[in-house]
Design a protein around this ligand. Sequence first.
Ligand SMILES: Cc1cc2nc3c(=O)[nH]c(=O)nc-3n(C[C@H](O)[C@H](O)[C@H](O)COP(=O)(O)OP(=O)(O)OC[C@H]3O[C@@H](n4cnc5c(N)ncnc54)[C@H](O)[C@@H]3O)c2cc1C
Length: 364
Amino acid sequence: MKPIFCYQVPVVVGSGISGGAIAMMDSDIVIYDKGRILGGRVSSKTKDSVSYDFGATMFRDLMEVHWLGGETEYSISEIWSSKQVQFPTKPIYDQFHFYPTKGMSDLVSGMMGKVKPIQGHTLKRIESPDKETWNLEFYNSETKVSEWISTHNVILTLPIPQILEIFNRSEEDPKLERWADFLEPFNDYRRTLVSYFYWDKWKPNWKSLSLDPSLSIPITTTLERGIDWEYQSWESIKYPDEFEKGSALLVQFGSKFSEAHYEDWMDENRNPTEKYKDYLLHGLREKFDAPPPNLIWNHRWKYAQARMPLLGKEGPLRLDTESFSEWKSLCKETRITILGDWLFGSKIERIIGGIYFLSHNGLL
Ligand SMILES: Cc1cc2nc3c(=O)[nH]c(=O)nc-3n(C[C@H](O)[C@H](O)[C@H](O)COP(=O)(O)OP(=O)(O)OC[C@H]3O[C@@H](n4cnc5c(N)ncnc54)[C@H](O)[C@@H]3O)c2cc1C
């Protein structure tokens, strides 16, 4: 095995919101990702000329960090301004939440700036030939060939199970073993099944759903934790220009439902399997008095959200903890930094604000 590139800059794996925030802080990096498009769990899709978000649907502008006894509040939009990152956003739900008017994936591409991630490359193995170097093996899905590259510093932003798979495939290495042991308590993710419905000539009765698209800050979502149709986001209110006559709804199903129905949820074209098609049509009729939609598109997120993040799920990121000190030491001593929602919590603002804070304070 001979590396085809020897990078003198850090190699980041993952072009999701974490990868984007890292690129915003320092463009002197290289990013690899296995997906065809960037964004990871903050992705938008265009189908039949309408776009919609099928992962995250909005973000909060404010977050807080507690460190060395001090408390600092950050506004994500101010962080973007300070880094010359620009894309139009609109308020949604209340005055603290926003979404980019061209789709959530704009968040990621906006922060990437001039960094162009190398997509379609799956990290398979990671090995350290000497104290200073990491060799990484990527499978290139276009050429169907493996490529080795080398670097001095690696940043992994994947969900923990995907990282452990890579470590298990790699040669035994005490540094990887230390990381695997450290990550174990945080390796807990919920699954989420998703359905997207599109009607070209039908709109719901907004009043009966207690929604009002004409408000200056429209409420577009309903959340009832624990029920099957847990989270409903009327994407057509977010992107009104694309839905003059029709409408679109994104449903994220509850965790119990998603766990139980994960395997048979969709066919290879992401259409619902027969069993679920009837179930979905029935649900639409019951809940919204909706006719059968022109399009149903299903998706499933295996590692949707980290359940046990090291820095907490909600509230400020609390960095004055032993486990955070251990995280810092591991990053330094192994030359591998591992971060993502298992560290900051599954919220866009926590990840962006967290990476900004770490980078600003020389911790990244
Ligand atoms: C359905 C859903 C709804 C959500 N709603 C919201 C919301 O409204 N607001 C909010 O704040 N948060 C929301 N979240 C959470 C938020 O989307 C995530 O916390 C965040 O996007 C995680 O970003 P990340 O970059 O850390 O990870 P990811 O987005 O998962 O990025 C990791 C990247 O690594 C790549 N990858 C994986 N394995 C490999 C490999 N072996 N080699 C190379 N690349 C690899 C993947 O392709 C991916 O692009 C939601 C999440 C889901 C799933």
